[in-house]
Design a protein. Structure first.
Length: 319
């Protein structure tokens, strides 16, 4: 039996080794192909770009002497244009009269990845042009007619500003206050934590109020603030969302909103990102975010550094 077991284990290891070797070989071929195509594009267009150790090429269009270097963990605001090497436009956000788009410069902070990787080569205020092989861009991902699989990219990006955490909080606070004022929304009260809360219905007066460690069941619609389409929702009262209040890994805004409510209560809440989903992976262009989330390629549906609005109803408190 021992001999038979050993033979089976060795056979399985050989099969697995073959699979991994095949995967490595396929990836190596993709890298070789894309590197060749990017180099040929640069040569054909007489572009003298510098090679990065990671595999993309870059040019500094503008330099800002004495400005701060971008470091790991920084929150960056950028303006950008993303095209294929053939010139097909994928996304453009270059209007500097508008606030820059934000992302966290860290592992997994931004898609496409090369735009994030190149952050470490720039100072605040500098503009880079990137020539990016697909394995550092969207890889084999495709989305309708916007992004074709294995697209090599030409990205122009201005790393406009490095933001402090307090600045992000102030920006989001202004966004929430402006939203309430511009839409004539009434009935919200601001909590000391920075949440805006509105109770639409007090619920069943005979029900026990939700407290720490209680399991709560509720329905909801979740929106990016100011957008009409829900980014996530569970509306079936027979199959509601459930979680236990007060757990360390909870979204803080849910604990703050639901704690103390009674069954049947209906509420709305507007929450800044630091109380909600935090510094999630940023995605350019925005319209592919839901698709990436549905394919389990990103973990959170909500965009980073933006408030969210939730409409909810507490169905039940307790098991």
């Amino acid at each position: 039996m021992k001999v038979r077991f050993s033979i089976l284990v060795i056979a399985a290891m050989l099969v697995m080794s073959g699979c991994f070797n095949s995967f490595d070989s396929d990836f190596e071929r993709i890298v070789e192909r894309d590197d060749r195509l990017v180099k040929e594009h640069l040569q054909r267009n007489n572009i003298d770009a510098e090679a990065s150790p990671l595999g993309f090429y870059f040019l500094k269009e503008s330099e800002v002497e004495g400005a701060r270097n971008i470091q790991n963990g920084d929150t960056i605001g950028v303006y950008f244009e993303i095209k294929t090497l053939q010139g097909q436009l994928i996304a453009s956000y270059l209007d500097e009269s508008l606030p820059p788009k934000l992302y966290a410069h860290r592992e997994g902070g931004l898609i496409p990845r090369a735009l994030n990787f190149a952050s470490g080569l720039a100072r605040e205020g500098e503009t880079l042009q990137l020539f990016v092989p697909s394995y550092l861009a969207y890889q084999d991902y495709g989305f309708q007619q916007l992004i074709f699989p294995n697209s090599n990219l030409n990205i122009r990006v201005k790393y406009a500003k490095i933001y402090k955490h307090q600045e992000i909080k102030e920006i989001e606070e202004a966004l929430m206050a402006n939203y309430l004022e511009e839409n004539n929304v009434e009935g919200f009260e601001r909590t000391e934590e920075g949440l805006y809360m509105k109770i639409l219905s007090e619920g069943d007066s005979e029900s026990a109020a939700a407290g720490p460690e209680d399991v709560v069941f509720f329905t909801f619609q979740l929106f990016q603030l100011g957008e009409p389409e829900a980014i996530s929702e569970i509306t079936s009262e027979t199959n509601p969302f459930q979680f236990a209040l007060g757990r360390a890994d909870n979204l803080e805004f849910l604990d703050l909103a639901i704690m103390g409510l009674k069954a049947g209560a209906e509420f709305e809440v507007i929450a800044p990102s630091h109380l909600a989903f935090g510094a999630t992976t940023q995605v350019f262009p925005y319209q592919i975010r839901r698709d990436l989330f549905n394919r389990n390629l990103i973990a959170r549906i909500a965009r980073p550094f933006e408030p969210v609005r939730m409409k909810g109803k507490l169905i039940k408190v307790g098991n």
